[in-house]
Design a protein around this ligand. Structure first.
Ligand code: PEP
Ligand code: MG
Length: 318
């Protein structure tokens, strides 16, 4: 039964006119990587590592993290595993970081900002990741990037982590480095940022929140929160165009990537990879296989001109 399911879901997603789109999985821990493989994931597009740091008194050390990352990377063999560095702040708090209460935590010391302020914590994670990279196809991704300077600083700390490991006698392979595009400023500056990284992954959950100025967890404004808003779609379109102009690949790992109805939109935007909860992988592959890329591109050109998310969703349901 198990292996039959493997076979059924294992093939790649390809549009009718032959464009391959990598369908990958979002995971929170090593246990979920088995599930991702069962459902036919062609890789991990987002490993949310902050869950390893939550609900405990001290952060996990280098050795503990290394074992977790190695397990996932080794299970996926030559398939890509994109590991996102610690994304704490906003709604996710860590007691041991004695992060002081902020009035607007989503606009505060969050994601890469917190890591650049806690360099030892960050470097420990990077060392564990660089070591694990020797066991498969690991890529490192920084969350909540807003400026070019943040990327440069993060890479500097990564270089220091590499030097410390190599001074200890280890040989570390080259590791691709990318960023999440989830802040509108990063999408608008994507052509500048693209030169500094190997890939982008678009986080539509936060990109929608920050673009529409709507708290993603607030019931009172939930009716205004929709990643299908043309304002968000235009930012995604800009990001994809900028990435491709510089020969970089671009994925999407927000919840929009789990919406089967949105498949023609995701394909037509020109994404190279879509990452989602494992259960959505089989139906998403099936949907992609029915789409013609050139038709989806024309559809998206029209969707970008629509006034709001309702019109976009109506056009998608046709
Ligand atoms: C996102 O913001 O879309 C994303 C994938 O990251 P998270 O949901 O973990 O903030
Ligand atoms: Mg996010």
């Amino acid at each position: 039964e198990e292996s039959r399911r493997d076979n059924k879901y294992a093939g790649p997603a390809r549009t009718r006119d032959g464009r391959h789109i990598e369908v990958a999985a979002n995971i929170r821990n090593a246990d979920e990587s088995g599930l991702a493989l069962q459902y036919g994931a062609e890789g991990i597009g987002l490993f949310r590592t902050e869950f390893l740091f939550m609900n405990r008194e001290f952060p996990p050390g280098e050795e503990e993290q290394f074992h977790v990352y190695r397990e996932v990377v080794a299970a996926f063999r030559d398939k890509p595993v994109v590991v996102r560095t610690l994304d704490i702040g906003g709604d996710k708090d860590l007691l041991y970081l004695n992060s002081s209460q902020e009035e607007n935590p989503f606009l505060g010391l969050r994601g890469i900002r917190l890591c650049l302020a806690q360099q030892e914590l960050f470097k420990t994670q990077l060392k564990a990741l660089l070591r694990a990279a020797c066991y498969g196809n690991l890529k490192i991704m920084f969350p909540m990037v807003t400026t070019l300077e943040e990327i440069r600083q993060a890479k500097k700390i990564m270089a220091a982590a590499r030097m410390e490991l190599e001074a200890g006698g280890l040989t570390i392979s080259h590791v691709e480095t990318g960023i999440m595009i989830e802040v509108p400023a990063a999408a608008l500056m994507a052509d500048v940022l693209a030169r500094e990284v190997d890939f982008f992954s678009i986080g539509t959950n936060d990109l929608a929140q920050y673009t529409l100025a709507v708290d993603r967890g607030n019931e009172r404004v939930a009716g205004m929160y929709d990643a299908c808003h043309p304002a968000v779609l235009r930012l995604i379109d800009m990001t994809v165009t900028a990435a491709h102009r510089y020969g970089k690949w671009v994925g999407l790992c927000g919840e929009l990537g789990s919406e089967i109805q949105a498949a023609p939109l995701l394909v037509g935007l020109g994404l190279d990879e879509i990452s989602m909860s494992p259960v959505f992988i089989p139906p998403m592959k099936e949907a992609i296989n029915k789409i013609a890329y050139h038709e989806a591109r024309e559809l998206v050109r029209r969707l970008l001109e629509l006034p709001g998310p309702q019109e976009v969703r109506a056009a998608l349901s046709k």
